[in-house]
Design a protein around this ligand. Structure first.
Ligand code: SIN
Length: 275
């Protein structure tokens, strides 16, 4: 793929590219947005430096790629329901996204992608790891691909969000938690490549298998999906941005910087039902 409105520099052979030549605080032209969308599908996660996004420009950036998603469990700042605060400091009892996951895969229509901007980062540590689920799928044996073809998995939010709310002392009453059934292997709606679509955070069960077999297969798939050669690891600076394709990646945030502060906001774009 060639680009003329943006400069795209791949970081690993399988996943991740740095984008330069773009000011994300200003509205994108249609051509820039089209090329950014194409780079996202090709490289699966895009990284940007020196982008002092405010909440308005952050939301405007997200809207170039679709309607914004409102998180089912975490409210946004006043007036910004579709903005997800990501904040850890010396008083935190947990961080967001510490285990491998694709965002809100428990929704019937999980997000297309997420755009995370951090304005405050620790002097060292706090990296985010991203893994290509295209690469994970493609590296499965032909027999395993055949075995997984047509299977579905349940993705649940309840165990995840209940435990977050308990640790954050957020009242539970009256909450409804999302739950959905998705194919174990999904086809990317744009590239048509196949991606492994189960994750250790939200997936609870492969529906067509006995419970013990489901546990064993999921455990194998989680270990396989986390192989280092499918990954890229992002070192944050203040005002860095990561934009990931949630349909073809998983990610996890490292909490190796306690008691330092790491803070910013995520805007998430609505997606389609996986097929
Ligand atoms: C998330 O899962 O969206 C958080 C990622 C991060 O803080 O690096």
């Amino acid at each position: 793929m060639s680009y003329d409105a943006i400069t795209v520099t791949a970081i690993t052979p399988r996943i991740g590219a740095e984008i330069t030549g773009l000011d994300l605080t200003r509205p994108l032209s249609n051509h820039q947005a089209t090329e950014l969308g194409a780079a996202l599908v090709e490289h699966q996660v895009l990284f940007f430096r020196d982008q002092a996004l405010g909440l308005e420009s952050h939301q405007a950036l997200g809207r170039h790629f679709g309607a914004l998603h409102v998180h089912p469990n975490v409210p946004g700042p006043p007036g910004y329901p579709a903005v997800l605060p990501i904040h850890t400091d010396a008083t935190s009892r947990r961080i967001a996204g510490e285990a491998w996951h694709s965002d809100v895969s428990c929704d019937e229509q999980p997000p297309l992608g997420s755009i995370l901007h951090l304005h405050t980062v620790p002097p060292i540590g706090g990296d985010t790891l991203f893994a290509s689920m295209f690469a994970a799928y493609e590296a499965l044996s032909p027999r395993m691909k055949t075995y997984l073809d047509g299977l579905t998995a349940t993705h649940a939010g309840e165990h995840v969000y209940r435990s977050h709310n308990e640790r954050d002392a957020v009242p539970e009453s009256g909450r409804a938690y999302p739950r959905a059934v998705h194919p174990v292997i999904r086809t990317h709606p744009v590239s048509k490549r196949c991606a492994l679509f189960v994750n250790a955070t939200f997936t609870t069960r492969i529906n067509e298998l006995p419970a013990d077999e489901s546990r064993a297969i999921l455990s194998y798939l989680y270990e396989h999906a986390a192989r280092p050669e499918f990954q890229v690891r992002f070192r944050w600076w203040p005002n860095s941005v990561a934009f990931w394709d949630n349909r073809s990646t998983q990610h996890m945030a490292l909490w190796d910087y306690f008691p330092e502060t790491r803070s910013g906001f995520r805007v998430t774009i609505k997606g389609d039902r996986p097929v």
